[in-house]
Design a protein around this ligand. Structure first.
Ligand SMILES: Cc1ncc(COP(=O)(O)O)c(C=O)c1O
Length: 317
């Protein structure tokens, strides 16, 4: 999908023109994949633009940098403020926000010594990621022939650019075979996650998702769904999920900042129930979309409001 540029990008504490956000091809990140990043949504509830779970995204960004020993001088509060500044100054919402920390241009070796840390935050208009728009319709997915990253190889708790080489393999294979998305198993054959989403399933009256030990990203939408399910009195279990449970589940859905809550209609062409969102998925969607659209009270304090500095620019999504 083509990117719609905005006016400014935040770079190391300053707003710079979009077209000036350039790097040298010999930057460490280009050669060795040394970046960590976030994907964040800013919604447009009636009270005005508001960034969803900004402190949690900022903290995960810093955690990812810490895992990879990428040094920088920013706190989570600094990152939240920078996201607010860039959205407010560009006048684009709802939007997607992309904070990035990477090793820049300096040395040439794998050892990043001498490479400066660069921090950028961009925002741009972006619509639905999976499916065609009706939140009840299930998407068709497959189990990938690619496994998720093995423990103690590439850390999956870090949202690093390099991890997304694995995600690209999963996604491209799924699309080549006529599916919308792929589900990866971990190296032991247990369900892990999608190329860019966590996965939940309903079996009986319990909502299940893989624990972090099954090579999943600690998703922020995953955390929302766990909290909302507990609020609704739904039994929740983080447990290892065998592949075949996907085929006999009552409901299966993806969660993610991009995917939000997307029902899965079939796995490997085996239909999940009637191929549409099931009862528990619908209840969770009603709460989640209610909160992000400003129709249900933000009782967990998930929004960070953006003071408006520039008139709103409308973009098509
Ligand atoms: C591999 C992977 N898993 C899970 C997720 C969902 O995480 P979140 O809900 O924080 O967007 C994402 C998206 O960021 C992802 O890329």
């Amino acid at each position: 999908m083509a990117i719609q540029s905005s006016e400014h990008i935040w770079h190391n504490g300053k707003l710079i023109p979009w077209d000036d956000a350039k790097i040298h091809i010999m930057s460490h990140v280009v050669n060795y994949g040394s970046s960590v990043f976030e994907g964040v949504r800013c919604y447009a509830p009636p009270a005005g633009p508001a960034i969803f779970r900004a402190p949690e995204h900022a903290q995960r960004l810093l955690d990812s940098a810490k895992i990879y020993r990428i040094e920088h001088s920013y706190s989570a509060d600094n990152i939240v403020q920078a996201m607010v500044d860039v959205v407010g100054s560009n006048g684009i919402w709802p939007c997607y926000i992309r904070p990035l920390i990477f090793r820049g241009y300096g040395g040439v070796g794998v050892n990043p010594e001498g490479c400066p840390t660069e921090v950028y935050i961009a925002n741009y208009s972006w619509g639905k990621y999976l499916g065609k728009g009706n939140p009840e319709d299930g998407v068709d997915v497959c189990v990938s022939s690619w496994s998720r990253l093995a423990p103690n190889t590439m850390p999956t708790m870090a949202k690093s650019g390099a991890n997304y080489m694995n995600s690209q393999l999963i996604k491209m294979e799924a699309i080549a075979n006529g599916f919308v998305e792929g589900i990866a198993l971990d190296v032991n054959g247990f369900v892990s996650e999608g190329s860019g989403e966590n996965l939940f399933l309903v079996k009986g009256d319990a909502l299940l998702t893989a624990p972090l030990g099954n090579s999943v990203l600690p998703g922020i939408t995953r955390d929302c769904v766990l909290k909302l399910a507990r609020d609704l009195g739904i039994t929740v279990r983080e447990q290892m999920i065998p592949r075949e449970m996907l085929y006999i589940a009552d409901e299966v859905f993806f969660t993610g900042t991009a995917a939000e809550i997307t029902p899965i209609g079939s796995v490997d062409r085996i239909t999940v129930a009637n191929g549409k969102a099931g009862a528990i998925t619908k209840k969770l969607q009603a709460e989640f979309y209610g909160i992000v659209n400003g129709k249900v009270e933000d009782r967990h304090g998930w929004f960070t409001p953006v003071p408006v500095k520039k008139p709103h620019l409308a973009f098509s999504s």
